[in-house]
Design a protein around this ligand. Sequence first.
Ligand code: IMP
Length: 195
Amino acid sequence: MKLVFATNNKHKLEEVQAILPKEIELVSLKEIGCHEDIPETAETLEGNAMQKALFVKEHYDLYCFADDTGLEVEALNNAPGVYSARYAGPGHDAKANMRKLLRELEGKENRNARFRTVIALLLDEKEYLFEGIIEGTIIDQERGTAGFGYDPIFIPSGYDETFAEMGNEIKNTISHRALAVRKLADFLSTLSVKE
Ligand code: IMP
């Protein structure tokens, strides 16, 4: 079965394909001829993921899923959350986002945070949501060079290294995204068993 993953991020496609049952063939936005920027204007991760999946369904009439991820920091009322990519403002990069987060956390004792990924799947006129969460803490300066986004300042619970220090191989087995994708994979496997 062909399934559109509403992304053009090659790394994400490979990471997710490796976890899904092999009967599922992932197809990127580029491969279906979708070259526009899909709107992500919702105020929740669930809303954005569903908005992206619905866009593909409405314009291309294909089975598809989409993901959205945010870093939720307890002491900041779960900010930056759905705004994680543009926390320091439009056009800012990961460094600027991390700098802003560390500034906001200055003097705060509670450093608890979690990455949360939501996947929205549209299949046979039905909508499904899958969630992956990894808890951890935000440290006060960057450590490590692997990964992306907020990886250099996030230490997952039970580990001593930041995501950026442990590297993608370990990170991709324990991450929020991996947890959400495994739930999606389990669900899709039950469908292929029934077929
Ligand atoms: P997206 O929904 O996967 O595009 O993620 C939105 C934003 O959340 C990214 O631009 C990053 O700032 C942040 N983010 C998502 N996943 C990760 C991760 O695994 N590590 C660090 N930051 C992440």
